[in-house]
Write a protein that binds this ligand. Structure first.
Ligand code: PLP
Length: 401
């Protein structure tokens, strides 16, 4: 097994693995920090961070230590019993998010589903919406995961086509348009589900104050605001959570990806008692949600972010990185956008497809991924240094300059 080369491994995956991805042609067999390595020993700088799940860097020693120690003690109990790690994780994340309570799940999509269930149940029990009439406002070009309910309100045909019949109860409005939200509200509106920055759509950053506007609208109309911080959270955008740029207090915070420190899937929803209190025993759950192994990893993952001040680092280095990209003055680039180390480069139509450039960058030892055909996303692990950004810029200049 271990002697297979990249070519053989890619062939094997193509033969036995379903083709629901179109990976760049690189096989990764080792990683540390911001660096990954293929079976032939070639090193690459990771500029994707597993879609921002590896904010703390690959195999962060403190996180791996937590994983190993916990693996030696206890891994899974289910929530039929208490365990000695879930309460610690719940407390830690409640304190970080400044919310009363946490509901733990595993993947991002499950946390989004949890938020949807929360908003609906709250709508019926607390707001008094008529049974089965609850509506949730969502946004064009959204990405919230892959379950049938979540793709029901996707506007991306590739993600949605042929998966119907779809779950009703969602109103789709344009992103970054507060009037559209106001106009979509009815007496049946239970909540708004929004990405503070639309990551998969191509790092689409709304106007300053947009989230504040959504928060005000929510309060005025007695509806819940749920922010999907799965990709933007945990220091990625230069704050612990992206909603902090607008100084708001969203009703529901949805988290995933880097909460698991790049080693284990951990997701969660945070909210206050009056909201998460809608769940009673048996009304929602997950066999692995709140498992001790994941909780130990998540606690360490949060501690690394705080101890290493990764939000401030992401803010500073992201600013620097974007400045360097803009200063290239490339005739291939339309705009550079983003916050912190979540950066999108929108190519001009004349430049051709983004895949051409991500392939060339890979050949130069820099791994990143296109989103849509014309946008390149740079999202390195937040432990990257200024010198390493300079090093990356050399390759980027050669390919895009
Ligand atoms: C990745 C992502 C999800 C889905 O997370 P999974 O762990 O892949 O289910 C949901 N929302 C956003 C904003 C994401 O970036």
């Amino acid at each position: 097994m271990t002697n297979l080369n990249s070519e053989q491994l890619m062939e094997m995956e193509h033969k036995y693995g379903a083709h629901n991805y179109h990976p760049l042609e690189v096989v990764i067999s080792k990683a540390e920090g911001i660096w990954v390595e293929d079976p032939e020993g070639k090193k690459y700088m990771d500029m994707l961070s597993a879609y921002s799940a590896v904010n703390q860097g690959h195999r962060h020693p403190a996180i791996i230590k937590a994983l190993k120690n916990q693996a030696d003690e206890l891994t899974l109990t289910s929530r039929a019993f208490f365990n000695d790690k879930w309460p610690l994780f719940a407390k830690k994340l409640a304190e970080l998010t400044e919310k009363d309570m946490i509901l733990p799940m595993n993947t991002g999509a499950e946390a989004v589903e949890t938020a949807i269930k929360t908003m609906r149940k709250w709508g019926y029990l607390e707001k008094g919406i008529e049974t089965d009439k609850a509506e949730i406002i969502v946004f064009e070009e959204n990405f919230h995961g892959r379950t049938t309910t979540v793709v029901s309100f996707s506007t991306d045909p590739v993600a949605k086509d042929n998966y119907g019949p779809f779950t009703p109860g969602f109103k789709i409005v344009p992103y970054n348009d507060l009037e559209a939200v106001k106009n979509a509200i009815t007496e049946n509106t239970a909540g708004i589900l929004v990405e503070p920055i639309q990551g998969e759509a191509g790092v689409v950053v709304p106007a300053d104050g947009y989230l504040k506007g959504l928060s005000d609208i929510s309060k005025e109309n007695n509806i819940l605001l749920a922010v999907d911080e799965i990709q933007t959270g945990f220091a990625r955008t230069g704050k612990m959570f992206a909603f902090m740029y607008d100084n708001i207090d969203p009703d529901i915070i949805i988290m995933g990806k880097a909460l698991g420190g790049g080693v284990f899937p951990v997701s969660a929803v945070a909210a206050n008692n009056d909201i998460l209190g809608v769940f009673k025993p048996g009304s929602h759950g997950s066999t692995f949600g709140g498992n001790p192994l994941g909780c130990a990893v998540a606690i360490a993952s949060i501690e690394v972010l705080l101890d290493e001040n990764l939000a401030a680092k992401s803010f500073e280095l992201g600013k620097y990185f974007r400045e360097q990209l803009i200063a290239m003055n490339s005739d291939k680039i339309d705009i550079v956008r983003g916050k912190g180390l979540l950066i999108g480069i929108v190519l001009k139509e004349s430049a051709g497809k983004a895949r051409i450039y991500t392939t060339k960058l890979k050949e130069k030892g820099l791994l990143c991924k296109e989103t849509h055909d014309w946008i390149i996303r740079f999202a390195p692990p937040l432990v990257i240094t200024k010198e390493e950004i300079d090093q990356a810029m050399e390759s980027i200049r050669e390919v895009l300059g």
